[in-house]
Design a protein around this ligand. Structure first.
Ligand code: FES
Length: 146
């Protein structure tokens, strides 16, 4: 194999690996959970955080027709939860979640899993809601900010 041909085939192989890795990363993606709205908030089964092999998901996202934006619920190491409205505090664009952070596709703001700003231009933290455990469900109080 000539040097030029070797370099070319190596580059193609690297490209294939990087594309494959990004596709796999996307496959591990977001769990969309079902939530039930009542007068004061939303109920979600805690089982939504469980994986098929009895692992725990770090977060789930709940979409509902009656909500303008989805809510991302993070489960922390100490079994506490943070519910975050996925609305960027810069200009109101819906955020994208990946791992322990939410990012804004419009201008690049980033937030951590408790809603704190990690990267401007967002001027303030995300709106959060109180979360309480009631039996096998989480109750997200949508009336007030946490
Ligand atoms: S709307 Fe999110 S950074 Fe501008």
């Amino acid at each position: 194999m000539q040097r030029r041909e070797f370099i070319r085939s190596s580059c193609i192989a690297c490209l294939g690996l990087s594309v494959g890795a990004s596709v796999l990363a996307g496959c591990t993606g977001t769990r969309y959970a079902h939530g039930t709205l009542n007068n004061n908030g939303m109920l979600i089964d805690i089982a939504e955080f469980e994986t098929r092999n009895k692992g725990k998901r770090p977060y789930v996202v709940v979409r509902h027709d009656d909500l303008s934006y989805p809510i991302c619920i993070y489960r922390h190491e100490d079994d506490t939860y943070t519910a975050l409205l996925m609305r960027c505090t810069h200009q109101g664009v819906e955020l994208q979640v990946s791992g322990d952070q939410l990012t804004c596709p419009a201008h690049g703001s980033e937030f951590d899993n408790r809603g704190q700003v990690m990267q401007a231009p967002a001027p303030e933290p995300l709106r959060t809601f109180p979360v309480s455990v009631t039996g096998t469900q989480l109750f997200i109080d949508l009336r007030k900010q946490a």
